[in-house]
Write a new protein. Structure first.
Lengths: 162, 280
């Protein structure tokens, strides 16, 4: 089926259906067909991490999947983090407060990666583990210090409210 | 940067997948986790006419203990090796090695069989399986065969697998109680290694270097030294001599001479770690 086919993917709780070629990357499906442009494409070969999304709850690179591979599955993107009234997710608030972004291009990938890692591996114990957690995402502005600080702040607030 | 056009097949059984390969031969490429193939397609370095996606073939996924060792389905996600109690009990070398494979987002999608079949010379899992003396099962429409890890890795991205074959499972023999060690050096966590060594002791010790030449290689001198109960320095010296004549990989990340030094040093470290564990 080099021909286009209908692909249906649930993105942030809403079913998105589009007629696409099999070579369409999931990242492009999310941006072009679902109109959700929060997921960014940096390197398009799995290195930079900007396109990281959750596929059935697990963090993966959306530039390394073809859209038909996500047929019938659940995708979550950065747009699902803030409340509908614009209230930021606690992790977004931590990024905001610690100046953990400058141009912001990489931020969606960082946010998804951090949330997913907390879920999958538990909160990082120390700065070394935070840096390890962040190592699959590249930021060219911040020098990472403030991103590490944001994750620390988010972790400590989570622990305080637990 | 977008992949070239291809026809997409999503079989739900191994038989169906093998039928597709039999029919289309070299035109078809098997897609596992896609963490190596899809970048190559995005760069248009790989341009398969057909992609046979194994992600829907449930029978290829999952791992279990067998005969005191492990039986690992080729489509088992790399991340499963990190947390599986069976891996920790039966082949803890894999648990140590897998932490160096890419980043967690890559391990969530990448597969154990995909790493083996792709055979990147700097990849951790092929070296670990070679050190463990694993065997690989390859299936084609005409039947199945098993290939020892020693005979499987031929060179850069080249293995004993034929175009109509699919790697279906990996058998890791029992090595419980034996000392094991793993050491690698990369510029950043998650990068491909500049070099690394995996080591499993016992009656016939196996010491494997990766990132050194075009495929993971056993270091005979280190194995002889290890069998004789040498010190880590003895292993370093022996490997230093053994690798002299090798045509080591040289690229922008590191020269061949550096990679040889690295192999000797890391062989010493992996062996020291293995000895400590064997004594414990």
């Amino acid at each position: 089926m080099m021909e286009r086919s209908v692909v249906r993917i649930t993105i942030n709780g809403e079913l998105v259906e589009a007629l696409v070629e099999p070579r369409k990357l999931l990242a492009d499906f999310i941006r072009e067909d679902a109109g959700l442009t929060g997921t960014h494409l940096g390197c398009e070969h799995g290195v930079c991490g900007a396109c990281t999304i959750l596929l059935d709850g697990v963090a993966v690179r959306s530039c390394l999947l073809f859209a038909p591979q996500a047929e019938g599955r659940e995708v979550r993107t950065v747009e699902s983090l803030a409340a509908r009234d614009g209230t930021l997710h606690p992790l977004q608030r931590a990024f905001h407060e610690t100046h953990a972004l400058q141009c912001g291009f990489c931020t969606p990938g960082f946010l998804i990666s951090v949330l997913s890692s907390f879920e999958q591996h538990g909160p990082p114990a120390d700065d070394h583990e935070i840096r390890e957690l962040l190592s699959g995402n590249i930021c060219r502005c911040t020098g990472y210090h403030n991103i590490v600080a944001a994750v620390r702040l988010y972790r400590d607030r989570l622990a305080a409210t637990a | 940067m977008k992949p070239p056009r291809f026809e997409y097949h999503a079989p739900s059984t191994l038989a169906e997948a093998l039928g597709l390969l039999d029919e289309h031969g070299d035109e078809a490429k098997v897609l596992a986790g896609g963490q190596s193939l899809v970048p190559l397609m995005n760069f248009r370095l790989a341009r398969p006419d057909r992609v046979v996606d194994l992600n829907g073939v449930a029978e290829l996924a999952g791992l279990r203990e067998e005969d005191g060792g492990l039986l690992i389905g080729a489509m088992t996600r790399t991340a499963a090796l990190e947390t599986s109690p069976s891996v920790a009990a039966r082949a803890p070398l894999l648990r140590d090695a897998v932490r160096f494979v890419g980043h967690f987002q890559i391990r969530n999608r990448g597969t154990v069989g995909g790493s083996v079949a792709h055979a990147d010379p700097a990849a951790e899992l092929p070296a670990a399986f070679l050190a463990l003396g694993a065997t690989f099962t390859a299936a084609s429409k005409s039947g199945t065969r098993t290939i020892a890890a020693d005979d499987f890795f031929w060179g850069h991205f080249t293995t004993a697998l034929q175009a109509d074959e699919i790697l279906t499972e990996i058998r890791v023999p029992a090595t419980a109680g034996r000392g094991y060690g793993f050491a690698e050096l990369a510029r950043r966590p998650g990068d491909f290694a500049l070099g690394g060594v995996a080591c499993v002791l016992g009656e016939a010790p196996r010491v494997v270097a990766f990132g050194l030449v075009a495929r993971p290689v056993r270091l005979a001198s280190a194995e002889t030294q290890a069998a004789g109960g040498a010190t880590a320095d003895g292993v370093r010296r022996a490997v230093t001599e053994e690798v002299q004549g090798l045509d080591a990989t040289s690229d922008l990340h590191a020269g061949g001479d550096y990679r040889k030094l690295l192999a000797a040093e890391l062989a010493g470290r992996a062996y020291a770690q293995a000895r400590e564990r064997a004594a414990a």
